[in-house]
Design a binder for this molecule. Structure first.
Ligand code: AMP
Ligand code: MG
Length: 287
């Protein structure tokens, strides 16, 4: 039995009602130590190959978390085990003028994975109920008709996101959402190490420090997001992320578990192709 099997299930939230972020420990490692854990990721490439070969399901992995939580690292890690033809990452920063001219789902919709593929979103439409909510000024830049900006706008966005994810899952896209849960202390040490190390300095984004001042507002916003949008068809995973290695392992485990549940197998080739393969073999052997 692989260490990956089932590891993610304890971090999975299918039903958001009553969700409280405070009880989730960012430093949890499920009793594992890092040297024991980093093996056995071959399953990740196997399940992806089956997904690609079957060309029918697709998978959307959404990575959310505070700056330095490890979104980029998690995307790199999952990708590193996969055939690059079948997997890609799309990142979503501050929207461009063109993007602001459309509804809030538009820009991500263009990057959804086609059948057989895995799409990884580094940030996503969830920013629309996170950063946009924490900084009330941002909403003002969205050119929405003023009468549509009411006190229920966040509820409405949750509703739209749920409907959208329903739509995706009903059309064969598995949707897995990850909140990389780091502690405020761990973020401080990661930010400082970016400043300390000349090779990491380019990664330091001064706005991280300002966002950090709003830490509690962000945690409240995340809690409400998970409450409102954790569903059995599109669950959230609250990934303990203070230990990088563990976060990677837990994300990979969730991906493998979700794909194994589909029971994908690489099917035998049909009789016609089998005949061609047989004559190819004969030609090769007599060559
Ligand atoms: P990074 O991913 O670190 O390059 O940063 C991207 C920045 O863009 C973050 O500060 C996000 O909060 C911000 N961002 C992402 N999506 C939106 C959005 N829809 N509206 C405003 N800011 C956003
Ligand atoms: Mg950043």
């Amino acid at each position: 039995m692989s260490k990956l099997n089932g590891l993610s299930s304890r971090y999975r939230v299918d039903e958001g009602d009553g969700f409280r972020l405070g009880v989730w420990d960012p430093a949890d490692t499920n009793g594992l130590s890092d040297d024991a854990a980093m093996q056995d990721l071959a399953r990740l490439s196997e399940v992806q190959e089956a997904l690609y070969a079957q060309n029918c399901w697709s998978m959307l992995l959404i990575l959310q978390g505070m700056d330095t939580a490890g979104k980029g690292g998690a995307a790199r890690y999952v990708m590193s085990r996969m055939d690059p033809r079948g997997c890609y990452v799309a990142g979503f920063g501050r929207p461009s003028a063109e993007e602001l001219g459309h509804d809030f789902l538009w820009r991500t919709g263009r990057h959804l994975p086609e059948r057989g593929r895995i799409g990884i979103f580094n940030r996503s439409y969830y920013e629309e109920v996170l950063v946009v909510r924490v900084h009330s000024g941002v909403l003002g830049s969205q050119q929405l008709p003023p009468e549509l900006v009411t006190r229920t706008i966040w509820e409405e966005r949750f509703e739209d996101i749920n409907a959208f994810e329903r739509h995706l899952t009903r059309n064969g896209t598995l949707v897995l959402k990850f909140f990389l849960n780091i502690s405020k202390e761990e973020q401080k040490s990661r930010l400082l190490s970016r400043l300390d190390d000349p090779r990491k300095r380019w990664r330091f984004d001064p706005t991280s420090v300002a966002e950090r001042q709003r830490w509690d507002d962000y945690m409240t916003a995340y809690e409400e997001v998970i409450r409102a949008t954790a569903t059995p068809h599109a669950p959230w995973y609250v990934i303990p992320a203070d230990n990088r290695w563990f976060a990677l392992l837990a994300v990979a485990s969730a991906v493998v578990d979700a794909m194994e549940k589909l029971g994908l197998t690489i099917s035998e080739v049909g009789p016609e192709l089998q005949e061609q393969l047989l004559s190819a073999r004969i030609m090769l052997e007599n060559d």
